[in-house]
Design a protein around this ligand. Structure first.
Ligand code: CP
Length: 292
C-alpha cells in the first residue's frame, strides 16, 4: 500500500505512470481493486469527496464516509489515534480533507494504513494538482517552456502548492498574480510575480484562477467588488487569454470570474471536473495496487 500526502513525494516517473493510468480510465478501462477505505472529510467538499466516492465505487472498493460532525476528532481525539482506530476497524486506507496543515507527516506513513490527501489546510491538494497537470497535458502535450499563471489567493492556496510543483516538474514556467496581501514574496516554484493582472495575462499560455478563501484569512479584509475589478476575469480580460483558463472550483461567480465566462470556450473547468474521477481512480490504483 502507498500513500499520497504531498506531490513532493512523487517522482516524475510515478507522475507519468499516474497519467498513463488516468488515460486508461478516461478511455473507459476499469479494473477492480480489493479493499476498504474511509473518507474522512472535516471540511466541505463537492468535487473531491464525490469523485473519490465515484472512483471507489467504480473500482469495487468498499467505502465509508465521516464528516466533521460525526468524527471523534471533534471530541479531542488526535488525528494519529483516529488513523490507528480506522486501521484496527479494518480500513486499508483513509482519504482525508483537513482544516489544518498535515506537516510533518512522516511518522504517519508507518501506521500500516494508506493515506490519501484530499486537501489539508493551506498545505497541499495533490489530486487537484494532478487534475490540473493532466488536463494541461491533454491540451498542450508538452509543457516545456509553457507559462502557467495562477491568479487570486495564492498565499492560502493548497491547489497552487501542489500544482505549481507539478507544472515545474514538467518544464513549465510558473507565475503568480495577486493583491500583495494574498501573494508570496518568494516560492521555490515561482518564476514570475505580477501584481497587475492585465500585464500578467498576455504572458501566460494557461491561466488558473483561484478562489478567495475567506475562511482562511479571517483577519484580512479583501473588498470583493474591488478585487473583481482589479483581478477578476472580466470580458475584456478574457480576450487577453491566448490559451485556456482553469479554476479548481468552487467558482465564486462575479468575484473570481464574470458569470457568463464560467463555461465559455476558453474554460477548462468542466474538463477539470470530469478528470477528477479518472485522476482519483488512478491514485486509488497507485495506493491499493497490492490489494488486487
Ligand atoms: N477543487 C476542490 O477541491 O473542490 P471541492 O472543495 O468541491 O472538493
Amino acid at each position: 500500500m502507498r500513500s499520497l500526502i504531498s506531490v513532493r513525494d512523487l517522482t516524475q516517473e510515478e507522475v507519468l505512470s499516474l497519467y498513463e493510468s488516468y488515460l486508461w480510465f478516461k478511455k473507459g478501462v476499469l479494473e477492480k481493486l480489493k479493499g476498504r477505505v474511509c473518507l474522512l472529510f472535516l471540511e466541505p467538499s463537492t468535487r473531491t469527496r464525490l469523485s473519490f466516492e465515484v472512483a471507489c465505487d467504480n473500482l469495487g472498493l468498499l467505502r465509508s464516509t465521516i464528516t466533521q460532525k460525526d468524527s471523534s476528532l471533534m471530541k479531542g481525539e488526535s488525528f494519529k489515534d483516529t488513523l490507528i482506530t480506522l486501521r484496527e476497524l479494518g480500513f486499508d486506507g483513509v482519504i482525508f480533507r483537513l482544516p489544518f496543515v498535515l506537516y510533518p507527516y512522516e511518522e504517519l506513513l508507518d501506521l500500516g494504513i494508506s493515506l490519501i490527501n484530499g486537501g489539508d489546510g493551506t498545505h497541499e491538494h495533490p489530486t487537484q494538482g494532478l487534475i490540473d497537470l493532466f488536463v494541461a497535458l491533454d491540451r498542450f502535450k508538452d509543457l516545456k517552456g509553457k507559462r502557467v499563471l495562477y491568479v487570486g489567493d495564492v498565499k492560502y492556496s493548497r491547489v497552487f502548492r501542489s500544482g505549481s510543483y507539478l507544472f515545474k516538474m514538467f518544464g513549465a514556467r510558473v507565475g503568480i498574480c495577486s493583491p500583495p496581501e494574498l501573494s508570496l514574496q518568494e516560492h521555490d516554484c515561482v518564476d514570475e510575480i505580477f501584481y497587475k493582472v492585465d500585464e500578467a495575462l498576455p504572458w501566460a499560455h494557461l491561466v488558473i484562477y483561484l478562489r478567495l478563501q475567506r475562511e482562511r484569512y479571517k483577519d484580512l479584509v479583501i473588498e470583493e467588488e474591488s478585487y473583481f475589478k482589479h483581478f477578476g476575469l472580466t470580458k475584456e480580460r478574457y480576450e487577453k487569454i491566448k490559451g485556456f483558463f482553469m479554476h479548481p472550483g468552487p467558482v465564486i461567480r462575479g468575484i473570481d470570474v464574470e458569470p457568463s465566462l464560467v463555461y465559455s470556450e476558453k474554460s477548462l473547468i468542466l474538463e477539470q471536473v470530469r478528470a477528477g474521477v479518472f485522476v482519483r481512480e488512478a491514485v486509488l490504483t497507485y495506493a491499493f495496487d497490492m490489494l488486487k
